[in-house]
Design a protein. Sequence first.
Length: 160
Amino acid sequence: MKILLPVLLFLFVGSTRIDPTIPNFRLKDLNNRTVSYEKVKGENLTVIDFWATWCKPCIISMPKFAEMDEEFKDEDVKFIGISIDGPRNQAKVKPFIKSLGIEYTILRDIDTSVMARLRVSAVPTLLIVNSDNEVLYMHEGYKAGEEVEIREKILELLEK
């Protein structure tokens, strides 16, 4: 038992580690055009939100992120949503986004290759990335009210 606990702790902590930098990647947008991360990222900060249509916390958080996208647009902060919906749910993604009134960039990671490459293991997961592509903040999951913490983190990072 003494050995098992540290091993399990190591496996758990290791599994939630994300990549410290975001490499350029290419994904399809809602119009089936290939888009590179470098073309859509923000000049100051980029907020990347991994989500899915079947994810209840995602449905709650995305309208809050849409409000923040509008709030921070003059600060050169861009929000990017990355849908991890598989082939079966692809037809639902565009109407889902429209129903929530989301206007920020949405990309599709159908095979979750970008999600895996960045070592993101759950949805929703939100990353805040600086102009040098360094991940400065990560938030897994979402409960009502956590948008306040995320907004404060964005403000804090803009001051640096």
